[in-house]
Ligand binder design. Structure first.
Ligand SMILES: *Cc1c(COP(=O)(O)O)cnc(C)c1O
Length: 495
């Protein structure tokens, strides 16, 4: 009897999880704990804390996939212990990534012969893909300048001010100047004419965006190609184009097959796309495809000999999971062109449902375009009492995560709310969101204005009367000033 008593006191697996001491004591946050805890307790503690994260399906801030079919979830879990870089050990995984590269290259109309293999690589996401593409351009440009005996220490890239933050990262990490075309009222993407004006002999490439992160709009890559061809002829340079198709690369081929934005345009030398956005795979996969072997300088490629065959690799990191590559292959063969087109059409229709619903409130200007990445970006017509940040805050209470942000220069006076329409955002949810936005607008109308009146300097009006600010007003102006300060420091967090 004594024995069984001892067992029940010491054996934690006997206790109800919430009666065990592990959920009653605080866990160390900065140092690794001295002792082990039971696996059930570890699971429960972490799972409980994670409940406070947002619900990914209601996270309308992100393009990144939040739902896949259970069959694919199974494949992902089965491959979770495979290191992608062990190509000798996992030759099939390597083969699947090569098939994906080829399928995507053909989707982007790479000029490939019948049995010619495409040049490209799977990455962690578009950011890594963009670093690689940028490096290839930089090295090619440097080699050419060296051969001509010209200085090669001041490379630059021309982009729109609407570029995603990863371009700024590339510029800073790899010491390339970013020359940004400013936006303007009513035009929120890179103006091809202005971009070509900024091109000089040190420009390693012009980066166009297919699907601006801010409002989903496609930049006019064809016009850019034509203008740049003309300039190249006049100057004797051969400035190329990279297309950042992170979000639009899996939209345009299905919804706008006649739109020329890809390798059909001769100056487009490389394209990146996020497999984890409209490629429909969970976070952790992107692709970069080059037009041809000549566009990827040989000295950047590492050759791994696997199974007697040459496997060229060109990535920034070494080890990573295999699951995402396998999941991408699953989606490509499971859905096929037909399946992707159906899903993208559905997303587009749901975007239109949401757009019409927002328009019918009469309270919003729509900043996104009907042709583009399926998203709705909108701003308040009347900001005199409340702003978009408050709408965003209030929506959070219904569970919706809808980001609000200001546009880059010279359109920084415009704030937008953005809803990304993904595969798993159904029509019912779109309609529900409109209802909840209407509720939020009603609630806000009933509240005192939070948007500040222009500050009264020193509390003295022009006519000399002294105005004393109420404590609340003072607090608000301090908060507002800090908000502005923080916003100015922050680069856009939307992805
Ligand atoms: C999302 C996005 C990126 C960054 O891509 P990741 O896959 O998140 O690394 C780059 N450019 C554009 C236009 C994007 O939308």
């Amino acid at each position: 009897m004594v024995l069984s008593k001892t067992a029940s006191e010491s054996d934690v697996s006997v206790h109800s999880t919430f009666a065990s001491r592990y959920v009653r004591t605080a866990l160390p946050r900065f140092r690794m704990p001295e002792n082990s805890i039971p696996k059930e307790a570890a699971y429960q503690i972490i799972n409980d804390e994670l409940m406070l994260d947002g619900n990914p399906r209601l996270n309308l801030a992100s393009f990144v996939t939040t739902w896949m079919e259970p069959e694919c979830d199974k494949l992902i879990m089965a491959a979770i212990n495979k290191n992608y870089v062990d190509m000798d050990e996992y030759p099939v995984t390597t083969e699947l990534q090569n098939r994906c590269v080829n399928m995507i290259a053909h989707l982007f109309n790479a000029p490939l012969g019948e049995s010619e293999v495409a040049v490209g690589v799977g990455t962690v996401g578009s950011s890594e893909a963009i670093m690689l593409a940028g490096l290839a351009f930089k090295r090619k440009w440097q080699n050419k300048r060296k051969a001509e005996g010209k200085p090669y220490d001041k490379p630059n890239i021309v982009t729109g001010a609407n570029v995603q933050v990863c371009w700024e990262k590339f510029a800073r990490y790899f010491e390339v100047e970013l020359k940004e075309v400013k936006l303007r009222d009513g035009y929120y993407v890179m103006d091809p004419e202005k971009a070509v004006d900024l091109v000089d002999e040190n420009t390693i490439c012009v980066a166009a965006i297919l699907g601006s992160t801010l409002n989903g709009e496609f930049e006019d890559v064809k016009l850019l190609n034509d203008l740049l061809e003309k300039k190249n002829k006049q100057t004797g340079w051969d400035t190329p184009i990279h297309v950042d198709a992170a979000s639009g690369g899996f939209i345009a081929p299905f919804l706008y097959p006649d739109l020329e934005w890809d390798f059909r345009l001769p100056l487009v030398k490389s394209i990146n796309v996020s497999g984890h956005k409209y490629g429909l795979v969970y976070a952790g996969i992107g692709w970069v495809i080059w037009r041809s072997k000549e566009d990827l300088p040989e000295e950047l490629i590492f050759h791994i000999n696997y199974l007697g065959a040459d496997q060229p690799t060109f990535t920034l990191n070494f080890s990573k999971g295999s699951s995402q590559v396998i999941a991408q292959y699953y989606q490509l063969i499971r859905l096929g062109f037909e399946g992707y087109r159906n899903i993208m059409e559905n997303c587009q229709e749901n975007a239109m449902v949401l757009k019409r619903g927002l328009e019918s409130t009469g309270k919003f200007n729509i900043i996104s375009k009907d042709n583009g990445v399926p998203l709705v970006a909108f701003s308040l017509k009347d900001r005199s009492r409340h702003d978009e940040f408050e709408v965003s805050d209030f929506l959070r209470r219904f569970g919706w995560i809808v980001p609000a942000y200001t546009l880059p220069p010279d359109a920084q006076h415009i704030t937008v709310l953005r809803v990304v329409i993904r595969e798993d955002f159904s029509r019912t949810l779109a309609e529900r969101l409109v209802l909840d936005i209407e509720k939020v607008l009603h609630e806000l109308d009933a509240l005192p204005s939070k948007v500040l009146m222009p500050p009264v300097i020193d509390g003295v009006k022009e006519n000399g009367t002294v105005i004393k600010k109420g404590a609340l007003e003072v607090q608000r102006s301090v908060t507002e000033a800090w908000k502005k300060f923080v916003m100015a420091k922050k680069t856009n967090g939307v992805c």
